[in-house]
Design a protein around this ligand. Structure first.
Ligand code: SF4
Length: 238
């Protein structure tokens, strides 16, 4: 039992089913600075089904921590997809565990391409992830990819390898580069706008649909770059 919250989105009309917990140990994880839900906050499978049954929705979005670690995911996605007839989406996953069959769309975050780097920072090999990524695409599931750009860790070389890997599967797969947001007690800085923009250009050598987001604590930067490509968000608003 690790689902602790269900929220409603108006556009598109869907339920967001939010999990707590992950099988990775990324030092840059944003969830580390979030409060762990109390045990009593977790919902049982029957409670989740009951809530979803009563909602006026067209889709179910599964996310939070690493959703594939939720032990009833297969049963729940089968219920939402087959019984309720909803469009099912895994908002984000690290891709280590193969997702259930009842999923229409997946957003997979590829941490890095080099396996040693991946093992060092997440605690797990990335081989199953790369294999799952291709399998999911080959099954006809709509898959999107993303990577967090971290200067001197996951920067241009890694972005290039990831983009090349995805491009070899299908250059039309959407790829999103997120500028790292500095997490306290980590050695890495946030990238500059130009660094992320440059990474986007590198990825575009292999992929047709590359976008990025870059978070700034500076309003001056927001004003300066708000009309350029990519999404620029004030960190303080997150
Ligand atoms: S895979 Fe995602 S949720 Fe899990 S530790 Fe890494 S950043 Fe956090």
């Amino acid at each position: 039992m690790t689902i602790h919250r269900i929220t409603y989105s108006k556009e598109p009309k869907r339920a967001n089913i939010i999990n707590y917990g992950c099988n990775f140990n990324c030092p840059w994880c944003l969830y580390r600075i979030k409060t762990k839900p109390e045990k009593c906050d977790y919902l049982t499978l029957d409670e989740i089904k009951d809530k979803l049954n009563k909602m006026n929705i067209e889709g179910a979005n599964f996310l939070g921590g690493e959703i594939t670690t939720y032990s009833h995911l297969e049963e729940l996605t089968c219920f939402t997809h087959e019984n309720l007839g909803l469009y099912t989406k895994i908002g984000h996953t690290n891709g280590y565990i193969s997702p259930p069959d009842y999923i229409d769309e997946i957003g997979m975050n590829i941490k890095c391409f080099s396996n040693e780097l991946h093992k060092k920072h997440t605690g797990k090999s990335n081989k199953p992830i790369l294999k799952n990524f291709k399998n999911i695409h080959d099954k006809g599931v709509y898959i999107k990819a993303s990577t967090v750009y971290i200067p001197n860790l996951v920067d241009n070389e890694e972005i290039k390898k990831i983009a090349k890997f995805i491009g070899n599967i299908d250059p039309k797969i959407k790829f999103h580069i997120t500028g790292y947001i500095k997490i306290p007690r980590t050695p890495w800085r946030s990238p500059t706008y130009d660094e992320v923009l440059n990474a986007k250009k590198i990825a575009e050598e292999y992929l047709d649909n590359v976008n990025f987001s870059w978070y700034s604590s500076s309003n001056e930067y927001n004003t300066k770059f708000s009309k350029t490509l990519g999404r620029v968000t004030n960190y303080s608003e997150l």
